[in-house]
Design a protein around this ligand. Sequence first.
Ligand code: FMN
Length: 371
Amino acid sequence: MTEQDDILFKPFVLGDLTLPNRVLMAPLTRSRATQPGDIPNDMNVEYYRQRAGAGLIISEATQVSPQGKGYAFTPGIYSEAQIDGWRRVTDAVHEEGGRIILQLWHVGRISHPDLQPDGNAPVAPSAIKPEGAETYVSADSGMVQIPTPRALTLEEMPDIVEQFRQGAKNAKRAGFDGVEVHAANGYLLDQFLRSCSNHRDDAYGGSLDNRLRLPLAVVEAVVEVWGADRVGVRVSPTGSFNAMEDADPVATFGAFARRLDAFGIAFIEVVEDSFQGNHVSGRPDAVIEAIQKGFSRAYIANGDYTADEARERMAAGKTDLVTFGRPFIANPDLPERLRVGAQLNEWDESTFYGGDERGYTDYSTLAGAPD
Ligand SMILES: Cc1cc2nc3c(=O)[nH]c(=O)nc-3n(C[C@H](O)[C@H](O)[C@H](O)COP(=O)(O)O)c2cc1C
C-alpha cells in the first residue's frame, strides 16, 4: 500500500482543526505533575513534545478544581501556575507542528478525603459507594479503597458547571486548540449519566432527561467559551471501570448523542472497548449505531485498536478517527511507525502512573533513543 492509499494518513477536518493524519493520541493520566500544586513541568513538556506527530493529542485528564481531583500527582487547570505550565506544553507541541486539546475532568466520587479540600468526602450525584473501586493518594499509599461519597445538593449544581466553564476559559489562556469534556470512565459526568450511580429524585436524576441535565449544562457552558467547533465529549457507554453500569446504554447514549448534536460540537469520542473493563465482549455495535444515528459530526473510536483494525473500520465507515492510548505511551512516533509499517515498542505497565522519566520520556523512536 502506498502512503497515498493509507486511510490513516488522509487529512481530516475536525471542527476548526485540520488533522494531517487519523492516528490520534487518547487521553492518558500519567501522574507526574509537580507538587505541591499539581503543576505541569519540564518532563511533561518533553513528553507531549515527543508525541506532537499525532493527528491530535488529547491531554491527560486535568482537574477543573481541587474538588475534581481523584488521584495523586494529576495536573489541574485552575491555578495561574498550572495555566503557565500548560502554556509551555502547548507551545512545545505547536512548535513541533502538532495540535493539542485539554481533557476537562471532575472525578466526582472517584476520590478520597486525603485528596479533597479540608479532608471532605468526595461528591457524587448520589451517596453510592463505587464497590471495589480504588485510587492512590500518595507515592507510597498503594491502592486504597474509595469511601461512600456525599450527594451533591441542588444548590451546588451551578457551581459544578462553573468549575468546567472556568477550566475551559483557563484552557484557552493556556494555548490549547480546544477541549474534550470527560464524561466517561465513571467520573462525575458519567456518574450523572448512568443509572447505577444516579438515584436522585430531583431535576438531575431519575428520568433519562434528568440524568442528562448536568452533563448537557456543562457542555453548553464549555461551548459558550470555545465555540462548538473546538469542543468534543468522551463517553464509555458499556465500560465497567470504576464500578459503572447503565441499565440501557443504547437509550442513554443515543439520547445523549442527539442532544450533543444539537449543540453542534465537533466530535464524540467513544471508548468502545477497554482493558479497564467492558460489559459486552467486543465492540458494542448497537450503542455505536445509536450514537452515530443521533450525532452528525465526527465519531472517534477508542479501545484496543490495532492500526489494521483502525484502517478497516474507517474504510467501512464505522468510525472517522481512532485514538490510541497505550501504543502512544510506548511509541512517541506512533504515526511514523504505522506509516512505514515498523515494529512497535511494548508498553511497561509498571511505569504508567507516577515516577520519573523512566517509562515516560525514554521510549525510543525509529531515529533512536532520546538524548
Ligand atoms: C495509563 C493510562 C491512563 C489513562 N488515563 C485516562 C485519562 O486521563 N482519561 C481518559 O479518558 N482515559 C484514560 N485512559 C483510558 C485510555 O484513554 C483508553 O481509553 C484505553 O487505554 C484504551 O485504549 P488503548 O487500548 O488504545 O490503550 C487511560 C489509560 C491508561 C492505560
